[in-house]
Ligand binder design. Sequence first.
Ligand code: PLP
Length: 356
Amino acid sequence: MPRPIRATISRAALAHNLTVAKRHAGRAKVWAVTKANAYGHGIERAARAFEAADGFAVLDFAEAERLRHAGVKKPVLMLEGFFEPADIELLSRHALTPVIHSAEQVKMLAGARLAEGLDLYLKVNSGMNRLGFAEAELGAAYKALRAHPKVRRITFMTHFADADGASGVAAQLASFEALTRRFDVQARCFAKSAALIRFPEARADWVRPGIMLYGGSPFADLSAEELGLKPAMTLTSQIIGIQKLERGERIGYGFAYEATGPMTVAIVACGYADGYPRHAPTGTPVLVNGTRARLVGRVSMDMISVDVSDLRDARIGIPVTLWGEGLPADEVGAAAGTLSYELFTKLTARVPVVET
Ligand SMILES: *Cc1c(COP(=O)(O)O)cnc(C)c1O
């Protein structure tokens, strides 16, 4: 028998969340962002569930190939473009759309013999200062790409740093306009989940939602449920041990938690080697047989301890939910000082995945 831990992934929830994203997108087309193995949900599974997307966005060539092998015929956007000249042949072979964000990439393209015409994205640095051309290099890059005999459509792209925060997108939108005014801009692509939901003015022609498709909220102050999203991944396990403690007894590594009175502790088969955050502190919520309880003491590699003193039915074999249906991953992430993005993408290979 495998350990009782598993991740259950709901294809219906994935499809539903895409419908929500499409509603926000209006007439804009939707790239379903499926990088990082579809945020841990399985890229082939996501490709099936997101059939209604207009294209798929990844950044790893192995993932682009997996999409093509899975029968995806729609456009595939390479969010970081390509990394070395040898990659360029793959762009033609798999009909991929690269994001061009550096002069080095422009140079590599100029020296390459492309078998097919190439649509590409030109990334503008509108203030995030991660990837993209700043003013000094943008003109030369555009000119060189436009003059390339194999380059077809050029879509202008930028990425927002604080669409979920106090700054919003206004300054970056203005900067984008100023930087691109002198070009013949035929198509634009800006918004990830947060901007898609919060800033209709940033929809442009294509949008790039990720986290919302998996049922995570991009906002600290708005829950996924309030946004009409459904959890796609539910991580469950079971109680595999029970300890009865007296006041003053301590639990787990470092004896990090001390009982303040008589208590019952459930040992659950889930630890950081499964992807549960090791830094989740005492108090992090856990659902035991549908009732909220709290994690106590340190997270071990294979186990956590949960205070079940108030639960009468806590015994070996009782089901436990770590996040997902009934316990939002956003809430567990917040308690552990991280995000649902990280919980989803760090689920490890030893956790069996079940699709419903
Ligand atoms: C990951 C990513 C997205 C999706 O972001 P979410 O916040 O998950 O919606 C969009 N665009 C780029 C460039 C990304 O890297």
